[in-house]
Design a protein around this ligand. Structure first.
Ligand code: SF4
Length: 377
């Protein structure tokens, strides 16, 4: 690698196979295939990301998530360009109204980094659907105003935090002016891939008087939480914006209990509550990332046996076709029936099973004899 080039590139976003090779992050012999993948699916590694990759480690968890892989060119029959069915629930451009009380508002289809397993990979990037135009945003806001059942608006994309603080402030202000919208949630990868963008001005732009803002980070490995990233997240939390995290279960990145446990603990230490662990979606060219559901459940069971409740995400699957997401276990409760009478068995964190009596009208105590329950558990 040319040292001058590498030093310049270290401060820039890498966007092509040639950039990766020049930065020493891919062998020259793979130029053609990497270029073909990058032509098909967007590529961007900002300096914060490329600088954290250890080129000597063939299993580096940052490199795996962001450097193209020839297997992305293999699409399976069950994979789908819109794996979670956004378009089916889009009444106007930019809005996805899948559940009654909340909508997605997709402001842009650009991201600061492009994850190789992205579930919206056919919609995002320089050749994706582009930003929401002014008239389209006005129509999307009109839709939210006209639907009094919308309690929560989720800003997503792409990554909404690639927009300027001024633009975000305008949009958050417009949402805050809608009486029935009480919650503004922002889904982003920016704090982990471009923490320098999380300025005081950006944090102020996300806050709206009288409304609650939540910021949901996307992170998959504890190596993503560098000191700069932790400081960026602290700026958000210190400003009174609660943070949650969603992670994707990725083969070869976080599909072992030590790695997942370290991620969940690191998040909680940063005052970020693990929210969802997503089973891999059926996005095109992502089969090599997906574990089996049985493997995912076994990992969740192992986490339950080791980590504080604060560190436990919910393992979920987005049902293909746009039917929403559902928890997929594991389940610790079974119901058995002996001589016609039902009873429960509940498994504890060490895997031991315990009987629990069935509830029924005959077992309900009177109000006066019921124990009070006010203490923390
Ligand atoms: S940041 Fe989100 S939308 Fe962008 S590439 Fe990654 S997963 Fe996809």
């Amino acid at each position: 690698m040319n040292r001058t080039f590498a030093m310049t590139k270290a401060r820039q976003t890498l966007r092509s196979a040639d950039d990766l090779i020049a930065a020493g992050l891919a062998p020259a012999g793979r130029r053609d295939v990497l270029a073909r993948v990058a032509e098909r699916y967007a590529l961007a590694l900002p300096a914060e990301v490329s600088g954290r990759i250890n080129p000597a480690d063939s299993a580096d968890p940052i490199a795996r998530q962001f450097i193209p892989d020839p297997r992305e060119l293999d699409t399976l029959a069950e994979e789908n360009a819109d794996p979670i069915g956004d378009d089916r629930h889009s009444p106007v451009e930019g809005i996805v109204h899948r559940y009654p009380d909340r909508v997605l508002l997709k402001l842009t289809h650009v991201c600061a980094v492009y994850c190789r397993f992205c579930f919206r990979r056919e919609m995002i990037g320089p050749h994706g659907r582009g930003p929401l135009s002014g008239p389209a945003l006005a129509a999307a806001l009109d839709y939210i105003r006209a639907h009094g059942e919308i309690w929560e608006v989720i800003l997503t994309g792409g990554d909404p935090l690639v927009l300027s603080p001024r633009r975000l402030k305008e949009i958050v202000g417009a949402l805050a002016a809608i009486d029935h919208v009480k919650i503004i949630r922002v889904h982003t990868r920016v704090p982990v891939v471009a923490p320098e963008r999380v300025t005081p001005a950006l944090v102020r732009a996300l806050k709206a008087k009288g409304k609650a803002t939540y910021l949901v980070l996307h992170a998959n490995h504890s190596h993503e939480l560098s000191p700069a990233v932790r400081a960026a997240c602290a700026r958000v939390v210190d400003a009174g914006i609660p943070m949650l995290c969603q992670s994707v279960l990725l083969r070869g990145v976080n599909d072992d209990v030590e790695t997942l446990g370290a991620l969940m603990r690191a998040l909680v230490e940063c005052r970020i509550k693990p929210y969802y662990l997503h089973h891999g979606d059926l996005a095109p060219g992502t089969a090599h990332w997906r574990t089996t559901i049985e493997e995912g459940r076994a990992l969740m069971r192992a986490l339950h046996g080791r980590l504080s409740g604060l560190c436990q995400p919910t393992y979920v699957l987005d049902i293909p076709g746009g039917h929403g997401k559902s928890p997929i276990g594991p389940c610790y409760l079974t119901q058995t029936r002996t001589n016609g009478s039902a009873r429960y068995e509940i498994e504890d964190y060490l895997g031991r099973r315990h009987a629990y009596p069935p509830a029924g009208p005959s077992r309900v105590r009177s109000k006066s004899s019921a124990p009070t329950r006010s203490a923390a558990r």
